[in-house]
Every structure is written in structure tokens, then in C-alpha cells.
Design a protein around this ligand. Structure first.
Ligand code: SAM
Length: 265
């Protein structure tokens, strides 16, 4: 998910919540606040030289706007009213790549606090069904607030262990798309001071292997849903134990039954 950006700060990414507004209207809103819109970026270099009152459209995701790293929009009306979501680009890629068609049935297996769920709902235009699971009650309650603010209505939230969700339940027979963003070491999370949050204890070999074991189980479980056609597996880890090794293990188990695309996000 993250790459080391020593010496340069990560820009502030703003995802326009298409359930509540359009990219054009959000751009106009910021322009009225004296920001200058520089158009669509044409290279990564364009993102590096933004002034504090400038912003630009992302290179890949049309609903993503990019601001100066020091801009804080947490108190901004568009954020508090759910018109924009403050979500880094790496975190937007899983839902963008899963790209479920409007009206389809989707599972978000480890969903809280729900930024990817709200992104999926926007891609679905709130049509279809979005089954979201998480084990953590507190994170789920935060997620309820976030989804309400974002205007998400196509979801069904469950405080449930995804590993115990029954794939043969008729309720899930039309699920073709699954997003799996499981618990991980978090070693690839870049904080706003541009340090990776990796440390020796959280990334000890036994811990990574324990996480990888859960990640493999969860990915296998996702692939066991009878109608599934596309699964996106993402982590916030920079360790191959939690990424390539997990995918390779699953490919070995499933052989030709699945085709894999490993993205360098
Ligand atoms: N996808 C979320 C988002 O974009 O906001 C972040 C998910 S976070 C990386 C991983 C989540 O998995 C945590 O909220 C954790 O409580 C949940 N989790 C861990 N084990 C789980 C399980 N067996 N079943 C369901 N959720 C689980």
C-alpha cells in the first residue's frame, strides 16, 4: 500500500464522495474558497510542487483530488457533511480495482472503520448489496457513524467473524465481488511525518507468520464463496510474508482455478 517517501511529504488526498456530490461541484466549492485548480495531473511530478492554495486531479482515480501535504480539512464543511472523505490513494485502490458493477452483491470481509466500504457503496451507486463484517464492536460503531455521514444505504453491517460466515448461506449466493483487507502488521502505514510505522516488535518473524496464517485462512474463505469471481486482497504491510507469500500460498492451493494479478500499489 505504501512506499517510502523519505525527503518528500505525502500529499493530502481527498476522495469526492460521489453519493453526495460531483467532482465538478467540489472543485467549484474549493475554487470559491480561493483555491486554484490545476486540472488533471499528467505525471507524479505534478503532485510534488503544489502550493498551499492549489490542488490537482489525481493521475488515476477521477474522484480523487490532491492537495498540499500541510492542508488539514478535518474541520472543513465538505468533510464534516460527508461530501469528501480524507483517504490516502493507496487506501482507495482496493475498491477502485474491485470495481463491482452497479447493483451487484459484494462482501467487505474486514470492513471497519469503513472507508473502503463507503468507497464501494459509491462505486455501486448505493444499488445492490454490500455485506460488511468486522469483529471489533468499537470500530463498527465508528463505522456506523461514518457510513451514515457518507449517505451509504446499500450495506448490511454485521459484528461477525468473517471466517465463520457460511458461504453456502443462500443470502450470499449472488456475491461475485469480495474485498479482503484483513488485520496486518501495519508496517507500511506512512504517517504524516513520513515515517513508516514499522518497528521490531510488530514485525517480528513469529508475529508476521501468525498474521500470515490468519490472512491465508481469510483469503481461502473468501475464495470459497460459490459465486465469487473477483477478490481483492490488500494489506497495510510492506512485508512479503503478509503479501506475496500469502498470495503464492493460496495460488499453490488453488492451482489453475484462480488467476492472479499482483499490483504494485
Ligand atoms: N477495510 C477497513 C477500512 O478500509 O476502513 C480497514 C480494515 S482493518 C485493516 C482490519 C479489520 O479487520 C479490523 O477492523 C479488525 O477488527 C477486522 N478483523 C480482524 N479479524 C477479523 C475477522 N476474523 N472477521 C472480521 N473482521 C476481522
Amino acid at each position: 500500500k505504501a512506499s517510502s517517501t523519505a525527503g518528500c511529504q505525502l500529499p493530502r488526498y481527498v476522495r469526492v464522495n460521489l453519493l453526495k456530490n460531483t467532482v465538478e461541484d467540489v472543485i467549484d466549492y474549493f475554487k470559491r474558497e480561493d483555491y486554484t485548480y490545476l486540472g488533471q495531473a499528467t505525471s507524479v511530478a505534478d503532485l510534488k510542487h503544489l502550493g498551499r492554495k492549489q490542488f490537482i486531479g489525481d493521475l488515476h482515480l477521477p474522484e480523487l483530488l490532491v492537495f498540499h501535504p500541510k492542508i488539514d480539512l478535518h474541520e472543513h464543511f465538505l468533510y464534516t457533511a460527508g461530501h469528501i472523505i480524507l483517504q490516502d490513494k493507496a487506501s482507495c485502490l482496493p475498491a477502485h480495482l474491485l470495481n463491482p458493477p452497479t447493483g451487484s452483491h459484494v462482501i467487505d470481509a474486514c470492513a471497519a472503520p469503513g472507508n473502503k466500504t463507503s468507497h464501494l457503496a459509491a462505486i455501486l451507486c448505493n444499488k445492490g448489496k454490500l455485506f460488511a463484517f468486522d469483529l471489533d464492536t468499537k470500530r463498527l460503531s465508528t463505522m456506523g457513524t461514518l457510513l451514515l455521514r457518507a449517505g451509504v444505504t446499500c450495506h448490511e453491517l454485521a459484528n461477525q467473524d468473517f471466517l465463520l460466515v457460511d458461504p453456502s448461506n443462500p443470502k450470499y449466493q449472488n456475491v461475485k465481488y469480495i474485498l479482503l483487507d484483513p488485520s496486518c502488521s501495519g508496517s507500511g502505514i506512512v504517517n504524516r511525518l513520513n515515517q513508516l510505522t514499522d518497528d521490531e516488535t510488530s514485525s517480528s518473524r513469529p508475529r508476521l507468520l501468525a498474521l500470515a496464517s490468519f490472512q491465508c485462512k481469510a483469503l481461502n474463505h473468501a475464495l470459497s464463496f460459490p459465486g465469487v469471481e473477483r477478490v481483492i486482497y490488500s494489506t497495510c504491510s510492506i512485508h512479503r510474508e503478509e503479501n506475496e507469500d500469502v498470495v503464492e500460498e493460496i495460488l499453490q492451493q488453488h492451482g489453475n482455478r484462480i488467476r492472479c494479478c499482483i499490483g504494485d500499489c
